[in-house]
Design a protein around this ligand. Structure first.
Ligand code: ZN
Ligand code: ZN
Length: 481
């Protein structure tokens, strides 16, 4: 490793206290999507202190912002998220479910770490640009409302990422691995049914039940499930039942639907089929339905060229050393999640060399997966992410880094509980180092950018990014996920 690169990576350790302090502050102040005012202020103040030029708001979203340093090509972006999940409040490092504030939000997806880990990378790359004198620009993007809000989808639609040559991001998890899982495209819509209220016993013939309509819509969708592609998904939540008195015919009811498919076009087809079911339900009940488009995400376009740069840095930069206390906490937390599926075990199955597989399997008994996984096979994941939209604008690659005990389920109270532990801090700083190392390699060998762009053209069959969110739709600021 060159001295300049090594110094830039060590710089993250020098900034370690400030960075972990930031992620702990975010953990202590869990703000949900589009409400991240404290987080946005903290990031913008820090970016300014660190010598970045801050731009805020972006795409008309008050909590979206960027910090820029340097000049010329390549322009490298780091994506940072910082939103929390409603209802997941949990006491730190407590091995039983116990809320700090009953019903409050919590860090169930580790975005306090995600945002700060990406910021760490941007700070290190700035340090490298200053020391090396190489041309290049580093940009940190503060991306709100990943959870159910598609913040990056709105930002991509409005051209926020257009100038980027490439972008990197990461996600807290239970393994150290490059992210070879593509995410699903999705559409989210709210179905508002309007009926007529009346006395359910004295004048039922005058009533038109919006709740009946919503129930029929759900029944219709159950039948649809048998006749849609096997890898498609439809989920729903009833967000308003219209009332609590059975003696009143419910004049209003609403449901929030989330439809997913591996490709954007398939998700759109599914959305349109669900819309027809909603219209059918309204017709059957003599009610009216209004379909409110909420948001949509594109599927993620993978980029092997960039993933290989990340893999090289994962292997080059030392994995964190966890303390006795870290392992003790991991053991205690792990005991609370019996039988949870491990992504680690799934990745081990990809390894064809029996000796390497054996070596990795030994680690599967560890309470923290502190090894680097070999380059995994590409696969279709079932989750969705608004990083997908950025990956249609410029080549993107991501990492998963172990910030939690082995086998911890995402969006669980256990994940919240470890969000400001030593495991989380060490994993976050490691993520920042690997991302920074990869960006530095790209600055030193900009030919990678061209190869990554060619690969993106091939994978997208040269299709131009077409934002799935219509121009007139504004971000929906709600509690819904
Ligand atoms: Zn999440
Ligand atoms: Zn997440």
């Amino acid at each position: 490793m060159s001295t300049n690169k090594e110094q830039a990576i060590t710089f993250i350790d020098e900034k370690g206290e400030m960075l972990t302090g930031m992620s702990d502050f975010l953990w202590d102040h869990p703000e949900i999507g589009y409400h991240e005012t404290k987080a946005a202020k903290l990031f913008c103040d820090t970016l300014q202190q660190e010598g970045f030029t801050v731009e805020r708001p972006l795409a008309g979203i008050p909590t979206a912002f960027s910090g820029t340093f340097g000049s010329g090509a390549p322009i490298i972006g780091f994506l940072g998220e910082f939103d929390a999940l409603p209802g997941l409040s949990q006491v730190s490092e407590c091995p039983e479910k116990k809320a700090v504030e009953v019903g409050g939000a919590g860090r169930g997806c580790g975005h306090n770490l995600l945002g700060v880990g990406s910021l760490a990378a941007a700070i290190a790359v700035k340090h490298y640009l200053e020391q090396s004198g190489l041309p290049g620009t580093v940009k940190f993007f503060g991306c709100p409302a990943e959870e159910g809000g598609a913040g990056k989808g709105f930002m991509a639609r409005d051209g926020v990422f257009d100038e980027l040559d490439i972008a990197f991001s990461w996600h807290p998890g239970e393994v150290n691995s490059v992210a070879c899982e593509s995410t699903m495209a999705n559409y989210q819509a709210c179905y508002h049914f309007y009926g007529v209220s009346s006395h359910a016993a004295m004048s039922p013939e005058l009533g038109r039940s919006a709740l009946d309509a919503l129930e029929l819509m759900n029944t219709g969708v159950q039948y649809l499930r048998e006749h849609m592609p096997m890898d498609n998904r439809v989920h729903y939540a009833i967000t308003n039942t219209g009332g609590t008195l059975p003696g009143v015919v419910q004049p209003y009811a609403e449901g929030l639907y989330l439809m997913r498919a591996p490709q954007l076009g398939q998700a759109k087809d599914l959305y349109e089929r669900v819309n027809r079911i909603a219209n059918g339900a309204a017709m059957m009940t003599d009610t009216r339905v209004e379909i409110e488009f909420v948001k949509a995400c594109s599927n993620t376009v993978m980029n092997t060229n960039l993933l290989q740069v990340l893999q090289r840095n994962l292997e080059q930069i030392s994995v964190p050393e966890f303390s006795k206390e870290d392992f003790a906490l991991a053991k205690a937390m792990r005991a609370t999640q019996k039988g949870s599926a491990s992504y680690f075990d799934e990745l081990v199955l990809d390894v064809t060399d029996p000796e390497e597989q054996e070596k990795l399997s030994q680690n599967s008994n560890s309470d923290i997966h502190n090894v680097v996984m070999p380059f995994p096979m590409e696969r279709q994941g079932f989750a969705s992410s608004d990083v997908g939209d950025v990956s249609w604008v410029c080549p993107v690659a991501q990492l998963n880094i172990a910030t939690m005990p082995a086998g911890t389920a995402m969006h669980s109270w256990q994940e919240v509980a470890v969000g400001k532990s030593g495991i989380a801090h060490k994993g976050m700083l490691y993520a920042g180092k690997v991302l920074a190392g990869a960006a530095i390699d790209v600055l030193r060998d900009p030919a990678v950018v061209e190869r990554a762009k060619q690969e993106k053209l091939k994978r997208t069959k040269s299709q131009v990014y077409c934002a799935p969110i219509p121009k007139e739709v504004k971000p929906k600021i709600s509690e819904g996920i």
